[in-house]
Design a protein around this ligand. Structure first.
Ligand SMILES: [Zn+2]
Length: 168
């Protein structure tokens, strides 16, 4: 994706108030993120661990989404599968995140859920630039390029549901 600057990121959010978009914490390393290898910019909120943010180019413009992770089940041993990049992680490595839908649907408390790598590192996992600590990637015959296409399709489908372009 094209590198984004703070102003573009703050202006991109579709499912929170302007004030919230103005205040939310941005990554400090925007200048050194590996932009060409990113399909979306994702980061956790270190002040509010249940919150995360994702910005992707969608419909020709950056679209930002505030995500909330559902409460973790303590002591519940399982492996989760990220629905975006199909990486498996044990324990809390995959989070169920929800996004309030944009506009009226969001005000009526409609939200969309997504199972995603808790560190939002999907673009790096899919390209082999980050290795899951204890999980793994499905052994598959698709090329990296095809897997990137699949990731982008999953992401676009999610953003369509958040923005209301597709039913939740
Ligand atoms: Zn993932």
């Amino acid at each position: 994706m094209e590198p984004l600057i703070e102003k573009d990121i703050r202006a991109s959010f579709v499912n929170c108030s302007k004030g919230e978009a103005h205040r939310l914490p941005l990554p400090r390393d925007l200048g050194t993120r590996p932009w060409p290898d990113l399909d979306f910019l994702g980061w956790r909120d270190h002040q509010s661990p249940d919150r995360a943010y994702l910005v992707a180019e969608h419909g020709g413009r950056p679209v930002g989404v505030v995500l909330r992770s559902a409460a973790r089940k303590r002591g519940f041993l399982h492996r989760g599968l990220c629905s975006v990049c199909l990486t498996t992680h044990p324990g809390s490595g995959v989070a169920l995140m929800t996004a309030r839908r944009a506009g009226r649907a969001g005000r009526e408390h409609n939200s969309v859920g997504l199972y995603i790598c808790a560190d939002l590192g999907c673009p790096l996992y899919v390209r082999g630039l980050r290795t899951p600590e204890a999980g793994g990637r499905l052994d598959e015959s698709l090329t990296v390029e095809e897997q990137v296409d699949r990731l982008r399709a999953a992401l676009a489908a999610f953003l369509d549901r958040v923005t209301g372009a597709a039913p939740a």
